[in-house]
Each structure stands twice: as C-alpha cells, then as structure tokens.
Design a protein around this ligand. Structure first.
Ligand code: FES
Length: 285
C-alpha cells in the first residue's frame, strides 16, 4: 500500500501497517473466523463472509479488518483489498447505523426512484454516500435489487421497503433518526448495519420470528421460475393498482399515468398507511 495526498494522488510512499485489534477483540474474531472458515473446503473461499465479519465489528472494512482477513486466510493484503474494493456491500469509510439505499435503476427511476433520491438528499442534507451528522443514516443510490415489481424500492440495511414515494421515504428516514421502530414491507425485522453484517457473515439471526419472516419475491418476479418448472402462466400480469375486481377488464392506463419521475412522482404508495402494501396479483387469481 502507498499513501495518498489530500487530493487522492498516490505519493508512492509505503504505509505503516494498520494497528491490530485489541487482544480481546482479535481473540473473539478469530474464534468466529475459525467457524466460518470451517464451512469451506478451501479457506480462501471464506473471504467474503470474513469481510462481512470484520465489517460487523467496526461498521466498515478498515485496513485493520483487511489485515485480519489476510492473516486468517494466508492471503496478501493486496488480494483482500482487491475483493473488498470490488463489492459495493463493503463500506470503506465510517457510515451510519442505517444504510438507506434508493434504487435508481431504470424501472424504479421512472416509477419515482429518482425523485425519492433527490428528495432525501435535500431532506437529509447529504449527497450520495453521505452520512447525517447524528451518524444514523447513510444515503446512497443503489442498482436493481430484483424487486422491480415493487418499484420504486428503498432498502434499509438490505431489507425491502416497497412502493415508496418521496413522502413515505422522508417519513422512513425521520423514523430511523428518531429511533422509532420501522417495519420492512417484507422479510426480517430491521436491525443495525453492524448486526446485518454479522448475519451476512453467516451467523444465525437469533431474533424471535426473524427466520420465519418471509422476504419472498412477488409473483411477477417469479414468472421465470414458474416457466422453468413447466407451469402454464396466465395471459398477463397486472399490478393491483391497475387491476379491478375479479372478472373485470384489465385496466388500460392513459398516457398521463406514465409520467416520468421528474414530471410527477407516481403516488404508488402501497406503503402509505391508507393503501397498505401487498403482493402483486396475477390476473385470474
Ligand atoms: S429497478 Fe429497482 S428493484 Fe429493479
């Protein structure tokens, strides 16, 4: 490793080795790491979960954490760094308890994701990757999380908050900052980023009901699976917002109902208390 100038230009100077963890922390992490490594026939395969493990300790992957992974797996720090800097689920700087990711990939963007992201930037006073002063929320835009049938989607510590609007997203971050319990639309109850990282490292989620909570994909996402299983599918899929009572004709939306997010954010809010979220329905169901 080399040092960098404040402008981020490499100066070619060798860096001092990172400080080690305190002895008790290292001993605890080594015991956890042995458990993780034992799951793989080749120890280096444990690198991804071990990076989550060190992230669960400090909230991001530090040089100390990467040195720890290199030591445990007999890898070079260059090898570990290459992996840690490749995957966006590893954070490289101190961040908030709650990572709020707004999907701005194509479908979510046109359904209101761009408007949500712009609203949250203004509301929180931070840009992409920025953390609020209270250390609670880190905002970032994220790519598609395979939940397009619930667009626009916001993820908090990788738990889904479906069918959001700028207003519901503002309420969400306000609740997170106030310490008010919020419930994801699907899946396990929310926990902090460090706790999430430990679960991603492969350790059991001990919270009551967390394992049983289903974060299943919606019917539209599962069409491909059903086709692969040889199931006959209905003629088309409609969203409950567009679908009428059973037996009614499919809704034929007017052009004005497809305004871009910049023109008029769609009030999709199945997450709105007045319009509770539910799975998409398939025609004929
Ligand atoms: S585009 Fe947002 S989840 Fe797919």
């Amino acid at each position: 490793m080399t040092t960098s100038s404040p402008e981020g230009v490499s100066l070619g100077m060798p860096q001092l080795p990172p400080p080690d963890y305190p002895a008790d922390v290292r001993a605890r992490l080594e015991a956890d790491a042995r458990e993780v490594v034992a799951r793989y026939p080749d120890s280096r395969s444990a690198l991804l979960p071990l990076l989550h493990l060190v992230q669960s300790e400090e909230g991001h992957v530090t040089r100390t954490g990467m040195q720890f992974c290199a030591d445990v797996l007999d890898l070079t720090t260059a090898e570990v760094t290459a992996v840690a800097t490749f995957y966006t689920m590893y954070r490289r700087k101190p961040s908030g308890d709650y990572q709020v990711g707004v999907c701005t990939n194509t479908l979510c963007a046109v359904m209101g994701g761009d408007a949500i992201f712009e609203t949250l930037q203004e509301h929180l006073g931070v840009g992409n990757g920025g953390t609020t002063e209270d250390g609670k929320v880190t905002l970032e835009h994220i790519e598609c999380n395979a939940a397009c049938d619930f667009a626009p989607v916001v993820m908090v510590n990788w738990e889904f908050f479906d069918n959001q609007t700028p207003a519901s997203a503002k309420r969400l971050v306000d609740d997170l900052r106030a310490g008010t319990q919020v419930e994801p639309t699907r899946g396990a109850p929310l926990c902090t980023f460090k706790e999430t990282a430990r679960i991603l490292a492969g350790f059991p989620d001990e919270r009551a009901g967390a394992v049983e909570a289903s974060g299943g994909a919606g019917p539209a996402s599962l069409i491909g699976l059903r086709l692969a299983k040889g199931e006959a599918l209905p003629a088309r899929v409609v969203h409950p917002r567009a679908g009428g009572p059973e037996g009614s004709q499919p809704h034929d939306p007017s052009p004005s109902e497809h305004l871009s997010s910049h023109d008029a954010p769609q009030q999709t809010s199945a997450s709105d208390p007045a319009h509770p979220a539910g799975p998409s329905a398939e025609e004929g169901e």
